[in-house]
Design a protein around this ligand. Structure first.
Ligand code: KG4
Ligand code: ZN
Length: 346
């Protein structure tokens, strides 16, 4: 089954053709990062406008790259939640129009489910059940993937997402947006134990995260140093921040896996590109006898191939959408996909 997938939930417009959830026939991504960088973050209105301008060309390009015509496509899939609502609606409406005009089934895909599915593309042998740690710019969640379209949340963030914390810490250190990758690079030259930073534990919720205290601690250190006329060592602060964030993520993930007796672990999301997180997970997985799946860097960032992969399994689970499909800014990963997601207000 060949699925044409569209992604427009944030600042990347993407289109891809994916066969049977595992083989990528084509994948195109147009990133708006450079334009948003001048504002220090994503400007939703600009993102929506760029999606509108780019989406037609990307879909056409994905079909051309796969040497296919629309009539050879078996279904149209689109990210319908969660994300920036204006941005999501561009993809959702485009996909609805396309599916209707070409008389093809329509599949709505949850973006974070898609991030996890990136691993199905990279690892053909990977099958649920497993535990996944999803760390992206907007989400931080430990989820039990019971089946391809069945999820249970084990832990989540109480405030900022991991990527958001990386980006805000990077901003304080003077790095451009999105700063996660600059923190990663600077940290390689710094001492991770130079600054003591907080690692909060949430009473009664051992697998939940809180990143806002860590972010604020970095901001306070920078402000105090500025007031005293001192210069902070950016490499040391980046290394200390990253080490604290990575330790918090790994501690919770492995504690949850041990508690539930799950030996198969999967990493996903933009922050999965972080070199220390990858290394630390590998180290702990080896020491504890876990099977670990980490997506290649190209599949960590937002793309439509991962949406096409998850769409195949939503289709097999009977989760088809219709032309009432709506976008939703805040649907949690464990929602029951009735295809529409229109019952949720935003
Ligand atoms: O998954 P993604 O593309 O966006 C969402 O769906 O939210 O993730 C983007 C996030 C940004 O916060 C970015 O700074 C972070 O991933 N990121 C990194 C690295 N590369 C990207 N964070 C830490 N280290 C990296 N190497
Ligand atoms: Zn994403």
């Amino acid at each position: 089954m060949r699925i044409l997938a569209i992604e427009s939930s944030c600042d990347e417009t993407a289109a891809a053709l994916v066969q049977d959830g595992r083989t990528v026939l084509s994948s195109l991504v147009n990133s708006q990062v450079a334009e948003h960088a001048q504002y220090g973050g994503v400007v939703p209105e600009i993102a929506s406008r760029r999606h509108i301008e780019n989406i037609g060309g990307l879909v056409r390009g994905a079909l051309e790259q796969a040497e296919m015509t629309l009539s050879e496509v078996d279904a149209v899939a689109v990210t319908c939640c969660p994300g920036l609502i204006g941005a999501l609606l561009v993809g959702v409406n485009f996909a609805k129009g396309l599916a209707y005009a070409a008389n093809k089934p329509l599949i709505g895909v949850h973006h974070i489910r898609g991030h996890i599915a990136a691993n199905y593309i990279a690892y053909p042998e990977l099958k649920p059940p497993f535990f996944a740690l999803v760390v992206s710019g907007g989400h931080t969640v430990i989820t039990r993937v019971k089946d391809y379209a069945k999820f249970e949340i084990i832990g989540t963030t109480r405030d900022d997402a991991a990527g958001e914390a990386f980006d805000k810490a990077a901003r304080v250190l003077g790095f451009p947006y999105p700063g996660g990758v600059y923190i990663d690079k600077a940290a390689q030259r710094g001492n991770p134990h130079a600054y003591a930073l907080p690692m909060p534990v949430i009473d009664g919720h051992p697998y939940d995260f809180s990143f806002s205290g860590l972010k604020t601690a970095v901001i306070n250190l920078a402000h105090k140093a500025e007031q005293k006329g001192e210069t902070l060592d950016a490499n040391d602060l980046a290394a200390s921040f990253q080490h604290t964030a990575v330790t918090m993520l790994c501690n919770r993930f492995f504690a949850a896996a041990q508690q539930y007796g799950e030996k198969k672990l999967v990493l996903a999301g933009g922050v999965a590109a972080n070199s220390e997180l990858r290394k630390e997970l590998e180290k702990r997985a080896e020491a504890g006898g876990y099977e670990l799946f980490i997506p290649p860097l190209a599949l960590c960032v937002d793309n439509a191939a991962m949406i096409g992969s998850q769409a195949y399994y939503e289709f097999l689970a009977g989760n088809l959408a219709d032309n009432t499909l709506n976008g939703s800014a805040y649907l949690s990963i464990d929602y029951v996909n009735e295809g529409k997601s229109s019952k949720v207000n935003f």
